[in-house]
Design a protein around this ligand. Sequence first.
Ligand SMILES: NC(=O)C1=CN([C@@H]2O[C@H](COP(=O)(O)OP(=O)(O)OC[C@H]3O[C@@H](n4cnc5c(N)ncnc54)[C@H](O)[C@@H]3O)[C@@H](O)[C@H]2O)C=CC1
Ligand SMILES: O=C(O)C(=O)COP(=O)(O)O
Length: 472
Amino acid sequence: MPPKDIINKAADGLDALANTLSISTSPTSTFHSPGSHFPASFGRGSRPARAPRQLKPFNTEDIKILLLENVNQTALDIFNKQGYQVEFHKSSLPEDQLIQKIRDVHVIGIRSKTKLTDRVLAEAKNLLVIGCFCIGTNQVDLEYAAKHGIAVFNSPFSNSRSVAELVIAEVISLARQLGDRSLELHQGRWNKVSSKCWEIRGKTLGIVGYGHIGSQLSVLAEAMGMAVRYYDVVPIMSLGTARQVGSLQELLQQSDFVTLHVPELPETKDLIGEKELNQMKNGSYLINASRGSVVNIPDLINAMKSGRIAGAALDVYPNEPAANGDFFTNDLNLWAEDLRGLKNIILTPHIGGSTEEAQSAIGVEVGDAIVRYVNEGVTIGAVNMPECTLRSIDFEQASHIRVIFIHHNKPGVLRQVNAILSDHNVEKQISDSRGDVAYLMADISDVKENERKDINEGLESLGACILTRVLF
Ligand SMILES: NC(=O)C1=CN([C@@H]2O[C@H](COP(=O)(O)OP(=O)(O)OC[C@H]3O[C@@H](n4cnc5c(N)ncnc54)[C@H](O)[C@@H]3O)[C@@H](O)[C@H]2O)C=CC1
Ligand SMILES: O=C(O)C(=O)COP(=O)(O)O
C-alpha cells in the first residue's frame, strides 16, 4: 500500500484529504510542467540551464476544484489539463449550498459575488487555495484564510482597461442623456433635445482612487479632451497633465464628472453620501463602478431628485442578484424601485470587467497561479501570504523533494524546522512572513521514500505548524 499522507493541515486534522492523495512519482500525460512558467534562466546565475523537473506531489486527478460564477473557459482548460476534478457553476451559490460543497474541495474559484466569510471558510477543511477571478478580494476573509494556511490569488489588472473603457462610455452617455433617449425611442417616442446635453471636451473628470483603473481612465479621458483631477490617499505620479488634489472635497468641488475607483474598505464605506453630494458642482454627474458600499444610494436618489446631480451611472450595488435572470427589486435593496425610476441614470449589472478579453486573460492568470501553487508551492501574486518562490528542481534531481511549511510567525520556529531537515542537504530555502503567518519553502536533496513521511510528520508536530506539504 503506498504511503498517503502528503498534505496535512495540522490544525484541522486533515486525515480525510491525506487519505485521498496517494504518492506517485510518474507524471500523467496530462500533467503540465510548472517549470515552463519561468524563463529557463530563472534564478540560475551563471549555471547552465537544465530542464526543470515536474513536481508531482500526488495524483492531480485527486485535486477537487469548485468553480463558481461562470469563471472563464481558459481556466477550465488549464485545470482539465492538470487532470483536476472540476465542478463548474454559472452562478454563485446560496450560503448553505456553498458550505456543503466547500467542505470537499481543495481549490475554489470565485468572482466578486461569492462571500467567503470566516463562517464559510471554517467548514473548508480541505481547502488549499482560493482563486478570485477578478480584481477585488473584499469578498474573502483574507486574514482568516492566511491563518488557516489558505492562499488567495486574484488578477490585479486584467480587467482594468475594460472598466476604464466602460466609464468613458458612461461619461459621454450621461453628458448626452443617451440612456433616456434610447429608451424613449425603444418605446416609440421621438424626443430630440439639446437642452442640458454637453460635449465632454474641456470638462473636468474627477477620479477618486488613482490605481490601476483610475490611472488608465486618466489617459483615456485626456485623449478625449477632458481635464483630469484625482484624489488618492497616497501620493501617486500623475499621467499626462492630470493633477492630484489634496482632499476629496477639493476634487468634488472642481469636477463636472466624479468617478469612483477605490477598493471596498471600512474607510470607503459611504465615501459619497449627502455631505459629499452637496459638495459636488450643481448639475454634475457621478459614476460608481467600484463597490456598492462606496455610495450611499438613498442619498444619491435624493440628490438626483433635487436636480443637484444631473446624472449617474452605477455598475455595483450593496446587494447584487446571484444569477442572470434574477430580479433587481426592493426585495434586494429597499430603494431599488426609486432608483430605477430616475431620469438619466445608467444602471448596469456589474459588467465593468465583463469583456471577452478581460475574462479570458483572468482565467489564464489566476488559473496558472493556482496550478503553480498547488503543484510547486509558489506564492508569487498571493494577496494574503508572503510571496515566495524557488527555482524549479532540475530534471536530474529525481530524489529531491520540496517542503512547504506554513506556520505561525514566532521566534525559534526556523531553528526547529532546520533541526528536522538537518540529516539532509537543504539545496535551497526561502522564508518570509506577512503579519502572523510565515511561509517556508525548502528543496532537499537525496530523500528516500520512507524519509519523506518522517519529514512531513516532524514538521507537522511542531506547535507553530499551520500546514505542511511535501512535494516531489
Ligand atoms: N465594476 C467592476 O466590474 C470592477 C470593479 N472593480 C473595483 O474597482 C476597485 C479599484 O480597482 P483598481 O484600480 O484595480 O484598484 P487599485 O488598488 O489599483 O487602486 C485603488 C486606489 O484607491 C486608492 N484608495 C484607497 N482608499 C482610498 C480612499 N479612501 N480615498 C481615495 N483613494 C483611495 C488606493 O490608494 C489606490 O491607489 C477594485 O477594488 C474593485 O472593487 C475592479 C474591477 C472591475
Ligand atoms: O474585478 C472585480 O473586482 C470586479 O468587480 C469584477 O467582478 P466580476 O468578475 O464581474 O464578478
